[in-house]
Design a protein around this ligand. Structure first.
Ligand SMILES: Nc1nc2c(ncn2[C@@H]2O[C@H](COP(=O)(O)OP(=O)(O)O)[C@@H](O)[C@H]2O)c(=O)[nH]1
Ligand SMILES: Nc1ncnc2c1ncn2[C@@H]1O[C@H](COP(=O)(O)OP(=O)(O)O)[C@@H](O)[C@H]1O
Length: 184
């Protein structure tokens, strides 16, 4: 069986991590762990949620791509992708839209892009508060150029990414199950 990578993208709070966790829980599909200079949130664990880096350690790694998002660096490595593919023919990765475009261009048909969105962007603020994000981090995130950019499906992913409107989790779950059935 050929390897495949679910690239899960969309704005902050749309549910990218939730979908990726569902793929692991329900289908044993591992997530590629990426690197970031963002400080960990209260419940995040180094090596599980991210590899948390300093500005100095971040630039010692070898990346397929890296981006700056709301003033922090994020990057993904071939080593982490290979580690996930060693466990399973399928893997997922959670990326901003710039990274998702790079993956589609670099890995072509191995990538299955999913673009997450919600009907009303105002719901995202509520979700971030509920998630326990610090108020100042929410402000910084929501006012970033990257957040605003990622609310829209980029032209480069149009016709390639499957769009998942994650308003009601039960419906999202059904759609994800259908995507998995088509793929496996
Ligand atoms: N391009 C790229 N984006 C990443 C990488 N790791 C995480 N991201 C994205 O960076 C953005 C910010 O992530 P994070 O701070 O965890 O915020 P969240 O989206 O609210 O969970 C999100 O869009 C992530 O999908 C990476 O290695 N490369
Ligand atoms: N359909 C949904 N309805 C309500 N809350 C949701 C839904 N999907 C995810 N959430 C919650 O919204 C918050 C943001 O989701 P998360 O997966 O962390 O988003 P992202 O990774 O895109 O930033 C989390 O607290 C998550 O539990």
């Amino acid at each position: 069986m050929e390897q495949r990578l679910f690239v899960i993208t969309g704005a902050t709070g749309t549910g990218k991590t939730t979908v990726s966790r569902y793929l692991t829980r329900q289908y044993q599909i591992p997530r590629v762990i990426t690197h970031t200079t963002r400080p960990p949130r209260a419940n995040e664990i180094d090596g599980v949620d991210y590899y948390f880096e300093t500005n100095a350690s971040f630039f010692k790694k070898h990346y397929i791509e890296y981006v700056k998002y709301a003033d922090y660096y994020y990057g993904s490595s071939y080593e982490a992708l290979q580690a996930a593919w060693t466990m399973c023919h399928f893997a997922s990765i959670v990326l901003d839209t710039k990274g998702a475009i790079t993956y589609v261009q670099t890995l072509g048909g191995l990538v299955i892009p999913l673009f997450l969105t919600v009907k009303h962007a105002a719901a995202l603020t509520t979700r971030l508060v509920k998630r326990g994000d610090q108020r100042q981090m929410i402000q910084q995130r929501l006012s970033s150029r990257e957040y605003k950019r990622d609310l829209q499906l980029p032209a480069a992913l149009s016709g390639k990414a499957q769009i998942v409107v994650n308003d009601k989790w039960s419906q999202t779950q059904q759609q994800v199950d259908q995507i998995i059935r088509q793929t496996m």
